[in-house]
Design a protein around this ligand. Structure first.
Ligand code: NAP
Length: 488
């Protein structure tokens, strides 16, 4: 953003009035303590949003060039005198150096934007600590979940939610208004006791992904070991053949589709278990066990990891013919055939198997891509419930069926070939079929009208053995009431 742009408000009061709205916060003077990365980004955004900004620095002369010309950069005490709302863009360890300002800050709103370096690093949150240092001021926790980069790049980029908490509803409202005018969506997180939770948010590393990632790694490890035994260890022990070269690509490429396929079925298995539980108990108002609840909540991540493995499988498969080993094997086979004077090597069945196998695989990957795209919040927000459920549930199930066809065409008749049972271990694809086929079978059973109807009624609130009140008009026109079982 150029200096000229920085000085020009994007959301001036004029333009808001033109839209028939007034922003109560815009136009007010806002203070910023500190002149670091966050303070600078904050000042730029505040100026662009139509606020008057006064920055308080220990060394204003040195820092003035870093800020937009529309912002006033002065000494800390001068700055806080001029504003009622002051953003404290200073690290927690330096809060105590601001204590000299306590008198000037009395009665003002301090916005604590700080983060820690570790989760629950201190006994009390930074905001509570700031509040204890300045008891005559009102502290609001907020803006710590947005980075300096997000602040500076404007409303179009980054996370637009700003989580806010404070013991003063009035102060919270004022800060929420400022956030709104800046283009953010303020989210009220309640009183100051939530500050610790808000401060931990930017420090969490993919909390919703832990279980799905461990699950996929576990599956990868199991299938990789199984394939290693069949493709590398077996030929070495039985025929003294060194097939170690297969590990980086071939073994990995036979492992990835197994993980992708089983993970995809694990997206739909908890739904099947939930439906079984509802049918068994005859109600939807009974809590699922915790493990099932957790599983249901992680379906999106499991599905995305399934897509990730499937995409890698596609790339690996695409690269298979590029390998030296593949070229040597081709030449070897060609020479062998020439020496045996074999002219026609065309096997019609193999040709068809491969054509169907690849085509079905491409369709499955296409459907998985669609599921992955629609799980992005920006896309899913634009879909209504029916559209989202159609894509994630119906198309997802079709993707599972097509992946099963892909696996079956890969195996073809190999499951019945004795030579495929290395160390009596069945081919990997036969193992992978277990869970997906169970899910598909269960879904087909649930689609039977008698079961489908019962499930539908349960999901609409009907309960087994529950008595409901009824009211019937009598012959005399009066109403009589009684009870009946909704089971009947
Ligand atoms: P920074 O670049 O190091 O700036 C900190 C500022 O604190 C300095 O520029 C300094 O300004 C001021 N300060 C006041 N008293 C100080 C003292 N005794 N010793 C040292 N500095 C003192 O840090 P920052 O990245 O802007 O972060 C500021 C706060 O915002 C932190 O609490 C951080 O957790 C939070 N935050 C930052 C980001 C981000 O993306 N950077 C995101 C969310 C939250 P003067 O020299 O002008 O006084």
């Amino acid at each position: 953003m150029s200096g000229g742009d920085m000085a020009k408000p994007l959301l001036g009061q004029g333009s808001m009035e033109g839209e028939g709205r007034t922003a109560p916060a815009a136009g007010r003077t806002v203070g910023v303590l500190g002149s670091g990365d966050f303070a600078r980004a904050l000042a730029i955004r505040l100026v662009c949003s139509g606020f008057k900004v006064v920055v308080g620095s220990r060394n204003p002369k040195r820092k003035v060039g870093l800020f937009p010309s529309a912002a006033e950069v002065t000494f800390q005490a001068e700055a806080v005198k001029k504003a009622d709302v002051i953003f404290v863009a200073v690290f927690r360890e330096h809060y105590s150096t601001l204590c000299d300002l306590a008198d000037v800050l009395a009665g003002k709103i301090l916005v604590d934007v700080s983060n820690n370096t570790e989760i629950s690093h201190h006994k009390e949150s930074n905001a509570e600590y700031l509040s204890s240092l300045f008891p005559a001021s009102t502290v609001v926790k907020g803006f710590n979940v947005v980075s300096a980069w997000t602040l500076q790049s404007g409303a179009r980029d980054g996370n637009k939610q700003v989580l806010i908490c404070s013991n003063s509803p009035e102060a919270k409202r004022t800060v929420a208004e400022i956030a709104q005018v800046m283009g953010f969506t303020p989210v009220d997180m309640g009183c100051m006791s939530s500050a610790c939770e808000i401060e931990n948010i930017p420090l969490r590393l993919l909390p919703a992904w832990k279980i799905p990632i461990f699950l996929s790694l576990g599956l990868f490890l199991c299938f990789f070991t199984y394939n290693l035994i069949r493709q590398v260890i077996h030929p070495y022990i039985r025929e003294q053949k060194n097939k170690l070269y297969k590990i980086p690509i071939e073994v990995v490429n036979t492992t990835l589709p197994c993980v992708a396929y089983v993970m995809l079925s694990l997206v739909y298995l908890p739904g099947v278990l939930a439906a079984c539980s509802q049918l068994y108990h005859g109600t939807k108002y009974r809590r699922f066990p915790d493990w099932l609840d957790q599983w249901l909540q992680h379906r999106k991540q499991i599905g995305l990891l399934s897509f990730f493995c499937a995409a890698l499988h596609a790339v690996y498969s695409f690269c298979l013919p590029m390998r030296r080993s593949h070229r040597y094997q081709l030449i070897e086979t060609a020479v062998k055939q020439a020496m045996e004077k074999k002219m026609n090597v065309w096997v019609e069945e193999e040709v068809w198997r491969m054509e169907i196998y690849i085509s079905v695989g491409i369709i499955a990957l296409g459907l998985l891509s669609l599921l992955a795209i629609t799980s992005l919040p920006s896309v899913s927000n634009s879909l209504n419930w029916r559209e989202f459920s159609f894509v994630q549930s119906t198309l997802g199930f079709i993707a599972l069926v097509i992946s099963t066809l892909h696996t079956l065409t890969y195996g073809w008749s190999r499951a019945f070939d004795e030579n495929q049972y290395k160390f009596y271990l069945p081919p990997t694809y036969t193992l992978t079929l277990l869970v997906p086929c169970t899910v598909i079978l269960a879904k087909i059973i649930f689609a039977l009208p008698c079961i489908h109807q019962r499930l539908l009624r349960i999901r609409r609130g009907w309960e087994k053995g529950r008595y409901v009140k009824f009211v019937l008009p009598s012959a005399t026109g009066e109403y009589s009431s009684g009870e009946t079982s909704s089971n009947v």
